[in-house]
Design a protein around this ligand. Structure first.
Ligand SMILES: NC(=O)c1ccc[n+]([C@@H]2O[C@H](COP(=O)([O-])OP(=O)(O)OC[C@H]3O[C@@H](n4cnc5c(N)ncnc54)[C@H](O)[C@@H]3O)[C@@H](O)[C@H]2O)c1
Length: 324
């Protein structure tokens, strides 16, 4: 197996690169290092390339041919919701344009296997307790739209030239599989709490008057190592009979913002008394995945719970430059 991991120098991609390399697959990374870090790819080769650039398709064709790639796992995207609202054209150019270049290169070189990073953001604000893949996607920001458009495009390529694909709709990713591969961005709850604590500030809770048991938002937290294993299951699943293409990746269990912050307090031994700040627009009260489809079709199931997630994220944070 020769697999190209596009965006493999990023947080999630680097975990998948390591698992693939550990099981003996031939792995190559393409990344422009816009948010990724070169040394995270380990022994896998790295081709620095912006997949959204005008000459990207040609350059990707060369890589696919020369390295005899047979599968692609595609992580490379911009992922900040607020930024996507401010810069929709750029988000479409990066996330959709980059995918167009990649699929164009795959089509012209005959590479037909693809795993795609999608997101729970495709669902928007679904009014259900448990989100199955049957819930109609209704993204509420350009970021979520670019992921849904990506899924549509791959379905079209499957009909047109036989692309075999799976899209994994990740819920809330956190933790680290190895301390040196922690999440370097401060965009999600766990690193945001660490970041505030490192500055000697209190963690923030955005709204404590939601219709949930403790008034704070509930999310489905998935350990990045479990998520990485889901990619290997999806990749191997492409060899089977064509079936479902879209899979939630979550645990089926929700945790509230307050529960996560309390767990951080238990793991770190720090005072995590939080400040209550106003709600953020577009935050649904509850977003929890049904993980049944991926279990039934790909045999994948999350193995780690919230305390494992927080403990591993804490170890990674403490191994980094802003140790508390
Ligand atoms: N982290 C999450 O909570 C989360 C949740 C849902 C979905 N996702 C999706 O998972 C994927 C990976 O996310 P992540 O958290 O690892 O993010 P990340 O920013 O750490 O990784 C993205 C990688 O892609 C690279 N990249 C970005 N644009 C590129 C371009 N034009 N050309 C080449 N390389 C490019 C970056 O340098 C980086 O290494 C993204 O597609 C993201 O939308 C992430």
């Amino acid at each position: 197996m020769s697999t190209l991991v596009v965006g493999g120098a990023g947080y999630i991609g680097a975990h998948v690169v390591r698992l693939l390399a550990d099981r003996g697959d031939d792995v190559l990374v393409v990344d422009d290092l816009s948010t990724g870090v070169g040394h995270r790819v380990g022994a896998a080769g790295l081709v620095e390339l912006d997949i959204a650039a005008p000459d990207a398709q040609e350059r990707l064709e060369l890589v696919l041919r020369e390295r005899e790639i047979d599968s692609v796992i595609h992580f490379a995207a911009k992922k900040q919701v607020g930024e996507s609202v401010e810069r929709p054209v750029w988000y479409y150019r990066q996330n959709v344009g980059g995918l167009v270049n990649l699929l164009g290169a795959m089509e012209s070189t005959g590479v037909t296997r693809m795993i795609f990073s999608s997101s729970a953001a495709v669902y928007g604000q679904p009014d259900v307790d448990i989100v199955t893949e049957g819930v109609t996607p209704q993204p509420i920001n350009p970021y979520g739209e670019t992921k849904l458009v990506g899924e549509w495009l791959m379905a079209d390529c499957a009909r047109s030239w036989g692309l075999r694909w799976s899209a994994l709709r990740y819920f809330n990713v956190a933790g680290s599989g190895w301390p040196e591969l922690g999440d370097p961005a401060v965009l999600n709850l766990v690193p945001m709490v660490f970041d505030r604590l490192a500055d000697g500030r209190r963690p923030a809770i955005f709204g404590d008057d939601y219709p949930t048991p403790d008034g704070t938002c509930i999310r489905d937290y998935i350990h990045v190592l479990d998520l990485a294993h889901a990619h290997l299951a999806a990749l191997d699943g492409l060899d089977g009979e064509p079936g479902e293409n879209v899979f939630n990746v979550g645990t089926g269990t929700g945790a509230s913002v307050r529960e996560v912050i309390d767990t951080i307090g238990e793991v770190s031994g720090l005072d995590v008394t939080a400040d209550i700040e106003p709600r953020r627009p577009g935050d649904p009260p509850r977003l929890v995945a049904s993980p049944d489809r991926i279990r039934d079709h790909l045999g994948w199931k999350a193995g780690h719970g919230l305390s494992d997630i927080v403990r591993s994220a804490w170890e990674a944070w403490q191994a980094g430059p802003r140790r508390i």
